[in-house]
Design a protein around this ligand. Structure first.
Ligand SMILES: [Zn+2]
Length: 299
């Protein structure tokens, strides 16, 4: 599989083997097996080494002195090995200095193989989710990992609520009108960089509703047809980017909600000229823009 088939961080390279999450005998064996591989996440960073960089998948003997089995998260089967994420608090010294170094996932998405990018994004997302759900949101009691780290369970016997990992749906849309597309930029972005319109879906909205609302709020443009393109896990910390294309029914840009510093209509010629700067290569925004540019080549 290549990145032409899916967005960076996606790709289902880990067989999640959901039935194993509630199979304590199998899990106990896998946890202690030399065949298993362990993906350390220190704070929000992942361990890599080598040239080119590779994700470091550790063996039981390497993590044993440091890891708490109750905190291990079963990810699934990766390259025929059971794989677990292993969380390490970011306020401790970085472990495994003799193996490699910890790096940010945004950078790793640009250098790791597609399957390793998928694996470490999965690991990081679950580690960060656990760190954000220490207590039950209903009764305030401590929550502990359940389902081999794929849920958390309230420890209050009167509550026992099971909490599942959250994914936050966010729309991202390339709006087109004739030979132009609509891109905007936020004030804190690198100079000259523009990207597609994006925002989180809100309760009670369909994704199409969210596309139309976000585009209107940010640029005052009214959108008609909305078509799905592709999606991308974006674990910074928990978004799922849902990519769309849409047709504009109006042209006059007004920055209604002030979220953008600027928004403009750009032609394909402008986008391929080097100005503006395009979205980062690993982002679905870039894929939407590249796809739209390529459609012009087929005319
Ligand atoms: Zn509770």
């Amino acid at each position: 599989m290549t990145t032409e088939d899916h967005n960076v961080f996606a790709g289902a390279f880990v067989d999640r083997s959901g039935e194993r999450r509630k199979d304590p005998d199998w899990l106990n064996k896998a946890l202690r097996s030399n065949d298993s591989r362990f993906v350390p996440v220190w704070g929000d960073q992942c361990l890599v080494a080598g040239e080119p960089l590779q994700a470091q998948l550790l063996r039981r003997e390497q993590i044993e002195p440091l890891a708490d089995d109750h905190e291990l998260i079963f990810l699934g089967i990766f390259r025929d090995h059971p794989a677990f994420a292993v969380p390490f608090p970011g306020d401790m010294d970085a472990p495994f200095a003799e193996v490699g170094e910890f790096q940010e996932l945004r950078y790793l998405g640009t250098v790791l193989s597609a399957d390793e990018a998928n694996l470490v994004a999965h690991a990081r997302a679950l580690v960060l989710w656990h760190a954000s759900q220490v207590f039950c949101g209903v009764c305030g009691s401590a929550a502990r990992p359940g389902a081999a780290g794929n849920s958390r369970i309230c420890t209050n016997d009167d509550c026992r609520r099971e909490i599942f990992p959250r994914v936050d749906p966010a729309i991202i849309v390339l709006v087109e009108k004739g030979d132009s597309c609509l891109l905007g930029r936020q004030e804190n972005w690198p100079e000259g960089r523009y990207s597609t319109i994006a925002g989180f879906a809100e309760p009670g909205e369909s994704l199409e509703d969210a596309v139309r609302r976000e585009v209107y709020e940010e640029t005052n443009i009214r959108v008609g047809r909305v078509s799905y393109h592709s999606s991308q896990p974006w674990p910074f910390p928990a978004a799922l980017m849902l990519g769309f294309t849409a047709e504009a029914r109006s042209e006059d840009i007004v920055l209604n909600d002030g979220e953008l510093e600027d928004a403009q209509w750009f032609t394909r010629e402008q986008l391929t000229s080097g100005t503006p700067k395009l979205p980062f290569r690993i982002s679905i925004a870039r894929r939407l823009v590249d796809h739209w540019i390529s459609l012009g080549n087929n005319d």
